[in-house]
Write a protein that binds this ligand. Structure first.
Ligand code: UGA
Length: 437
């Protein structure tokens, strides 16, 4: 929304939330999320045509276009538990819009939703009996965390779906005209509602599938002596395959990939397509296998036990340049190491200690984990380092100094193939990488 406000100076954009603290943060210089470049974009428009407020009803009443941008977590109760998307926040937004009224409106689903969610929104709005008419559109977001500003400024495409009726097409064109103020028209794709909703889940499923595919090959590389980065490079130069999203890792994380695939698979089951559901489930299974395999390698290298041993965890975020740890592979890796009775010395440049503790379901005085202000400090006295997030600063570690302060033999498990292997080995470490012998 900040990017829309920045580029559409004639439109007033108001972001509303029930949570006063969150809105206060958005109105300060201490934004509630860490995202490089976001503060500058917010500051460029805040107070001019970008506002943050808790006055939800008034804002609904005054707006011509309403973007529903609430979260749609995986259901943790009842039918579809652990797979289906929980749509209660979307539904309550639709009900609130229906209740408040205030004029004919375009309601845009921005949240990631299962295909045909717009039907529910349409029915709620259609039966509001307030005399106003509504057009429901789908405009999924494709930005990635850490690169959000560049992705928004210069997206591969913007997707807008809506009814193919005269009113639907007019509504689509209104939203197109917003984006068209900074994005070329040929990069704005318009479709019917269901194609747009389904494209979002499909895009994430395809991206995650590529990572699981290369991670599956990484296991074979370790068994055969092939090098996964060489294989990725060799196949990625085929223009039909392309080079992106072929970086083998300890596993993908983040709030979207797993959730969206499970949701896609649930939808397939719902529509009577169990074989299709199973096909996509395998992407998540392979990701779980990759995280498990990483811990197993740690165990194998450390004489089959980590009990009582101290391991430094470098990076807890699900990727670099974010403070987000949702579904981070670090959670599964650290939890399993704790099950094996290891002690963990954790350092992440951005993820707060409380987030790490709650992700691992630990309380603050659990003696099995300690938190550190830098990698060097975390590694002191440990038997091994497990690098789990590809933060740039980890490329500049003083490996010789770190090695000197560790127990021997000192292991380095590089879960991102980030560090120069020659430097790690020259410092004295036993190095273990993903998909390399
Ligand atoms: C992902 C999609 O990339 C966005 O297009 C989408 O809009 C977003 O989900 C969403 O649905 O909100 P994001 O989860 O922020 O974005 O981050 P990604 O860059 O996709 O990375 C996801 C995970 O895959 C990370 O853990 C990353 O380390 C891992 N990854 C990525 C790899 O292991 N290898 C790769 O080659 C690329």
């Amino acid at each position: 929304m900040a990017m829309i406000a920045k580029n559409c100076v004639d439109s007033k954009v108001t972001v509303v939330d029930l949570n006063q603290d969150r809105i206060d943060s958005w109105n300060s210089d201490d934004l509630p999320i860490y995202e490089p470049g976001l503060l500058e974009v917010v500051k460029a428009a805040r107070g001019r045509n970008l506002f943050f407020s808790t006055e939800i009803d008034q804002t609904i009443q005054d707006s011509d276009i309403i973007f529903i941008s609430v979260n749609t977590p995986t259901k943790d109760y009842g039918s579809g538990k652990g797979r289906a998307a929980d749509l209660r926040f979307v539904e309550s937004c639709a009900r609130n819009i229906a209740k408040v009224g205030g004029g004919n409106k375009i309601v845009v689903e921005k949240s990631t939703v299962p295909v045909r969610t717009a039907q529910m929104v349409k029915e709620i709005l259609g039966e509001s009996n307030n005399g106003f008419s509504y057009q429901v559109l789908s405009n999924p977001e494709f930005l990635a965390e850490g690169t959000a500003i560049a992705d928004l400024e210069n997206p591969d495409r913007v997707l807008i779906g809506g009814d193919q009726s005269k009113e639907g097409l007019e509504a689509i064109e209104k939203v197109v005209s917003l984006y068209n103020q900074w994005i070329d028209r040929e990069n704005i794709i318009t479709t019917n509602l269901w194609s747009s909703e389904l494209s979002k889940l499909t895009a994430n499923a395809f991206l995650a599938q590529r990572i699981s595919s290369i991670n599956a090959i990484s296991a074979l590389c370790e068994a055969t002596g092939a090098d996964v980065d060489e294989v990725a490079n060799a196949i990625g130069t085929d223009s039909r395959i392309g080079p992106k999203f072929l970086k083998s890792s300890v596993g993908f994380g983040g709030s979207c990939f797993q959730k969206d695939i499970l949701n896609l698979s649930y939808l397939c089951q719902h529509f009577g397509l169990p074989e299709v559901a199973e096909y996509w489930d395998q992407v998540v299974r392979m990701n779980d296998y990759q995280k498990d395999r990483f811990v197993q390698r740690i165990m194998d290298a450390m004489f089959n036990t980590v009990s009582g041993k101290k391991i430094a965890i470098l990076g807890f975020a699900f990727k670099k340049d974010t403070n987000d740890a949702r579904e981070s592979p670090a959670i599964a890796v650290c939890s399993r190491l704790l099950d094996e009775r290891a002690h963990l010395a954790i350092y992440d440049p951005q993820v707060p200690k409380d987030t790490i503790l709650s992700s691992l379901r630990l309380d603050a005085n659990d003696k099995r984990v300690s938190f550190h202000d830098c990698a060097t400090d975390a590694a002191k006295g440990t038997h091994a380092i497990a690098l789990l997030t590809e933060w740039d600063e980890f490329k500049k570690l003083n490996l010789k100094e770190i090695y000197a302060e560790m127990e021997k033999p000192a292991h380095f498990f590089d879960g991102r193939n980030l560090i120069d292997p020659i430097e790690v080995q020259n410092a004295g470490f036993r190095l273990h990488r993903i998909g390399k012998g």
